[in-house]
Design a protein around this ligand. Structure first.
Ligand SMILES: [Zn+2]
Length: 362
């Protein structure tokens, strides 16, 4: 029977929301097998001030004191290089998330990726301070002539990533929740020639659900609908190959994004987001097992992300006494998660997974 010590695990893209949803979801970071998570700032209103980020962090810690929450700002014109510098120096933020306007949940405050130039002073400061730029890599369509749709929006965004890397070669950039063959190819291309131990500036997160889904799986099931949408077999296979490869620029970011059940089971305006937090490691392990790559699981869910974020010893020290273990034991995904106030349907609800996690003292 397989038992693997995954050490300190990291999920570098989570949505923990606020209010009653946050109360339900935040403790499931730990129960899903994650020690450290990187928290997205797309609340209403989005996280753009020092006070907001401090308060949000405090609330999350109160709900789940064993978990480390790495915080982020929402890229917008209210941010200043001075604020970024202050919050970076105090360790309050690790990155800034860029949402193209209008592409996903609460992205109406987002930016126009056709022209990032107004943010160049911010990017300059981020590069200097080692603050990460997290990109939601989808290009919004302005009018019909653009021929942009949910299938090609990510590929059409890639020239913007290429240009940013050219203009800021030492800015750490993550293409979040990559879903296409083209993105995987580009991330590899931009890291060409890197040797073991070299500093890496371009990374990509990959979710659990995109290792399972293609377009057919969300076309008839709103629970599997998320942005960017799952694409084709060729894309899914490229994601699985990248995730299981052990290459240091690919790491886990679940993009677990809960919505109340009544916002998913509707005919119009289905909310985009798949909730995977409660079995984050279990879902990923199943795929690694299927492709005989369990030996690379720790790189994907622990080492690569922690290294890319260059997490300091004082952050890691909190997790020295406890490890996440992957255990081969049948594990049924709950049909629904609820706390009397809000209910969420998890990914693969009711299915049986092959693996479960346990927290063990070192
Ligand atoms: Zn997200």
């Amino acid at each position: 029977m397989t038992e693997i010590n995954l050490g300190t695990t990291a999920d570098m893209h989570v949505h923990l929301r606020d209010g009653t949803m946050s109360k339900l979801i935040t403790p499931t970071v730990k129960s899903g097998g994650i020690s450290i998570c990187y928290v997205m700032p797309n609340l209403v209103p989005p996280i753009t001030t020092k006070q907001q980020v401090e308060e949000y962090h405090k609330n999350l810690e109160k709900m789940a004191p064993d978990t480390t929450f790495l915080m982020s700002f929402y890229l917008c014109k209210e941010l200043t290089p001075e604020l970024v510098e202050e919050c970076a120096d105090k360790g309050l933020i690790h990155g800034i998330k860029c949402y193209p306007a209008g592409v996903t949940t609460n992205s109406k405050y987002g930016v126009d990726p056709n022209d990032f130039s107004q943010f160049y002073p911010i990017f300059e400061k981020m590069q200097e301070k080692g603050i990460i730029l997290n990109l939601h890599g989808e290009k919004p369509g302005i009018d019909e002539k653009d021929e942009i749709n949910i299938i090609n929006a990510e590929s059409k965004f890639l020239p913007a990533l290429r240009k940013l890397h050219q203009d800021f070669p030492r800015l750490k950039i993550i293409l979040e929740h990559t879903t296409t063959f083209e993105s995987i190819e580009l991330v590899r291309e931009l890291n060409q020639g890197k040797k073991q131990g070299d500093e890496i500036f371009i990374g990509a997160t990959i979710t659990a659900h995109h290792l399972y889904l293609i377009i057919d799986n969300w076309a008839n099931n709103p629970i599997n609908y998320c942005k960017p949408v799952a694409k084709f077999h060729k894309d899914k296979n490229a994601l699985i190959d990248a995730a299981t490869s052990g290459e240091p620029w690919f790491f886990f970011g679940s993009d677990s994004a809960p919505h109340p059940i009544h916002k998913k089971q509707v005919h119009v305006d289905v909310c985009a987001g798949v909730y995977t937090q409660c079995n984050a490691i279990g879902y990923v392990a199943e795929i690694f097992d299927k492709f005989n790559k369990l030996e690379n699981l720790k790189k994907f869910v622990s080492d690569n992300g922690i290294k890319f974020y260059d997490l300091k010893e004082e952050i890691l020290a909190k997790h020295k006494n406890e490890s996440v273990w992957l255990i081969e034991r049948k594990n049924k995904v709950p049909e629904i998660l609820g706390n009397g106030e809000v209910e969420v349907v998890p990914f693969k609800a009711g299915d049986e997974l092959k693996y479960i996690i346990e927290w063990r003292k070192n």
